[in-house]
Write a protein that binds this ligand. Sequence first.
Ligand code: G6P
Length: 613
Amino acid sequence: MCGIVGYIGEHNVEDALINGLKRLEYRGYDSAGMSLLINDKIETVKKIGKTQNLHDAVTKKYSGGKGGVCTTGIAHTRWATHGMPTEENAHPHLDMNGNFALVHNGIIENYKNLKDKLVSHGYTFKSGTDTEVIVNLIDYLYEKDFFKAVAAALKELHGTFGIAVISKRHPGNIVVARRGSPIVVGLGTNEMLVGSDVSALVAYTRRVIYLNDDDIAMVKKDDVQIYNIDEVPVTRETALVDWDPGEIEKSGYKHFMLKEIEEQPDSVRNSIRGRIDFKTGTAILQGLNITPKEVSGTTDITITACGTSYIAGLVGEYYFEDLADIPTEVAQAAEFRYRNPILKPNSLVVAISQSGETADTLAAVREAAGKGASVVSLCNVVGSTIAREAGRGVYLHAGPEISVASTKAFTCQVAVLLMMALKFGRINRLSIDAGNLIADEIESIPEMISKLLKTKSEIEKIAEKYAAAEDFFYIGRGYMYPAALEGALKLKEISYIHAEGYHAAELKHGPIALLDEKVPVVALANDIPGKDKVIGNIQECRARKSPVIAVATEGDEEIKEYVEDIIRVPKTSKYIAPILTVIALQLFAYYIADKRGRDIDKPRNLAKSVTVE
Ligand code: G6P
């Protein structure tokens, strides 16, 4: 979603801001803008569309120099919520008097009341955004102290925000604050950066401070002071980002998505490294910080997440029930708190989130903790809000995922869920030998993925054949049911083709009415329990003239007589099959989207990290 970057220091300010914005592009946006403090005046440039449009406009504007000293600036990529994607609505927003400029992520729920109040005091507004209310409120409350004006304004806000503010009366300062939307401060030498995400800063510094909710920081080029909303100083730890800026480059790939698909042998290897113990046939997941007694006393598990992470959770449901004997359900995070979940004293809630910032998943974590449940998180982004609030969990170590469509995070989530189920299973029911069989399989995942990736040109050929279809169904059973959902989701997200993932047996209870020769069906017919039944379901589709593309196990000759085309995956057990199958379907979706010329890394209307409800 929206992205924030701010810079204060001795380097070229607009370069730092543009560089940061470009690294935030992956989050999804529809306009961009920046404000610079030049000779104690705020100059603002905004453009709709790509950050390159902003870059070009800024380069043109300052081609003859900036006509003064500039050490401070803030910038933003906006993903429209309140008001259309226009230049007026793009950030930064200035107050009516031009004293302050502000960028904002999140949503202010009481903006209408605040706006009415400000209008009654003579304030006028140019945009349809909730953000313009915040900056005018700061101006209204200002009495010579920049920090106090921001703190006073924030006390009046209901909703979520991550903000960065500059003031023409206080050059050399950026005030940042957060409530529900991340803000990180990057500590340089004689320069400081602020951002909504570490990728905006990592080219300049790896030393960062993550703000907590209701923290307000006064950032100067050589100093950061952090206070809580009551203006009491607080101390926050400095963390070291372990990403290499090279990891967020395309490195010769046409798209980040393809790069990330191909990184999966390594990302899964990093996820499982040092976490399998063959002596005891179990997984070592220190961050879970959970005792055997706590595991054996766990009465039920609720996995909660959104999007692709939710689908990873559906695979986890099978793992926990099959291997650990613990009744498990998967709850959409957006529903979790509103349906008033029943959590018992020994319930465990597992929150899954690549970004660790998804608003609904965070709300579910808070609801579960508030109801006394134990909460653990599975996050990719180290230091993210969900990881910090859950307090314990497992990091995926997938490396930065830039493409909006999630790929390597999904496979690492599934691998981590399998390790967790192995650990819980060893405590509850599995013998050492049974545990070691699963451990062997987990260790083999990277190699199996490499083997699958070698067949990508065959998947590309099949994708080319079906690239013109306008509707697809993906069907599967058991462990392959979530894989069908994820395959369809990937195709929808990046190719904009209508695709539905369905349980293979459910198809005949309605959607089969939609099948004809123009609607291909991708049937997940891996050689694992349930395959015979899927073949029956394939025949139901063929009888309606749908062309069927099977995902089938290498060496399975029987499948040929039932289907038009076959995507092959290496032979594995049912535990690993969803990982390989989803990777094959990621490639299938990728090649179809590429044939259709889509903007694969930044699909329309989507955001990488959804920080609003
Ligand atoms: C957005 C992304 C999806 C992602 C979902 C959950 O919708 O576009 O790819 O699966 O958010 O994100 P999370 O970071 O919580 O896994």
